[in-house]
Design a protein around this ligand. Structure first.
Ligand code: PLP
Length: 419
């Protein structure tokens, strides 16, 4: 199958075996782990040819998979990146040692002093710090839009970004966490085209697809330039590793791959193998987790001690957000928040009563995780800002896993009695 084209198959099929040919692994049905830091050549000339092919893209070995040193690339990365690109429907992919390493690499590769970046709010805390604190220290400017479905609002924000400096990146995290705020990817592509006409070079549209993962939302099919996924979440799927990936056109991915050699933030052979293995089951795992989440969200919505549930699947019919959801998402995800009547005391009483669900941050693992947003994921955000973003003192974030849904609901039911 490794010899076939990805376009011959659907993503679920590609996820199972694409990217690894048993001939590359002494006939092993499954890919070996190449635990090596460096690679040996049969001759001095061969060593030179490998380096020429890697650095200049010329010479007799162009197109061969020869390696130099594992920071520059290794077989496990090749297998993983080929499979990830195929699943995402992209030409190429690069993998990193975390989702944030992937975000930082895009920033360092595509943004220069004086440039501006447009991003949505709320956005993952690490990405917020990256653009508003760290890249700001290098002289780059950040501008945010608040409603990623409001065409006039996003256009005005893009205008404000361009007034600060050349707009290089339009970043969308959708749905955003924990508010389920949705960003219209077709709108982002349209705005990038408009900005390109105005300023003479088109900004790249970067989508963080972590929350829904590669099967429930397919950004590349909407024409975005780079699709970023924290592979730590659904793709790794067992809360036992950190990794990140970026998919897109070859001309955008190859510079990232070359620079990764210098940043030194590649994914190691063992973790590459773990992610490759987990990709085989990500479609079925997320399908189950997402159907469990819908049942749990429905249970909580009707519970007298719950003030409300923020779940993508409950977006009101007829709303602008719902229209984008119907066009763009195949499922509502497995992470959502619910809001208890009361505050921290009630929330903590409930959390301390849970028997099955684990109190932890992160999402997309096989086990259900729950956390009190104000005192954990949003600890560093001032209370007024939290409230403005829909996070009350009674807000809990739930990442629903693969347990039997009746056991999950029973655990919540007995814990809610303590509230
Ligand atoms: C977790 C997460 C990240 C960061 O990924 P790491 O693998 O933890 O570095 C980025 N974006 C979103 C939306 C996330 O949930």
């Amino acid at each position: 199958m490794a010899k076939n084209k990805p376009s011959d198959y659907r993503p679920e099929t590609l996820a199972v075996a694409f990217g690894y040919d048993p001939q590359d692994g002494m006939g092993a049905a499954k890919p070996p782990i190449f635990m090596t830091s460096t690679f040996v050549y049969p001759s001095a000339q061969h060593a030179k040819d490998v380096h020429e092919a890697y650095f200049d893209g010329t010479g007799p070995l162009v197109g061969e998979t020869n390696h130099i040193y594992s920071r520059l690339g290794h077989p496990g990365l090749d297998f993983l990146e080929t499979r990830l690109a195929a699943i995402d429907g992209a030409e190429a992919a690069v993998a990193y040692c975390s989702g944030m390493a992937a975000h930082s690499s895009i920033a360092l590769s595509y943004v220069r002093s004086g440039d501006s970046v447009l991003h949505g709010r709320p956005i993952y805390g690490g990405v917020d710090v990256l653009y508003n604190t760290i890249m700001a220290q290098f002289g780059a400017h950040a501008q945010s839009y608040l409603d990623g479905t409001d065409e006039a609002g996003v256009r005005a924000a893009a205008q404000a970004a361009m007034a600060k400096g050349p707009l290089k990146l339009i970043i969308a995290e959708t749905p955003a966490n924990p508010t389920a705020a949705i960003v219209d990817l077709d709108l982002m592509v349209r705005i990038a085209d408009e900005v390109g006409e105005k300023q003479g070079h088109r900004p790249l549209v970067v989508v963080d697809n972590t929350l829904l993962g590669p099967f429930a939302q397919r950004p590349i099919e909407h024409g975005v330039d780079l699709c970023l996924t924290s592979l730590t979440k659904h793709c790794g799927g067992h809360s036992d590793l950190l990794a990140g990936g970026i998919s897109g056109r070859k001309e955008l991915i190859e510079p990232l791959r070359l620079l990764r050699t210098t940043w030194g933030n590649h994914l190691d052979p063992y973790t590459s193998w773990l992610v490759l293995r987990s990709l085989e089951s990500v479609a079925v795992r997320t399908e189950r987790a997402m159907s469990n989440a819908r049942a749990v969200a429905t249970y909580l919505r009707d519970h007298p001690k719950v003030a409300g549930v923020t779940f993508l699947g409950f977006l009101p019919e007829g709303s602008r957000q719902r229209a984008v959801y119907d066009r763009q998402c195949k499922a509502a995800g497995s992470t959502f928040s619910f809001h208890l009547h009361g505050g921290e005391a009630e929330a903590f009483r409930m959390l301390d009563k849970l028997q099955l669900m684990k109190v932890a941050v992160s999402l997309g693992g096989s086990e259900t995780l729950i956390c009190h947003s104000a005192s954990t994921t949003h600890y560093a955000v001032p209370r007024e800002q939290r409230l403005a973003g829909g996070i009350t003192d009674g807000t809990m974030r739930l990442s629903v896993g693969l347990e039997h849904v009746d056991d999950l609901i029973a655990d919540l039911a007995q814990a809610l009695e303590a509230v």
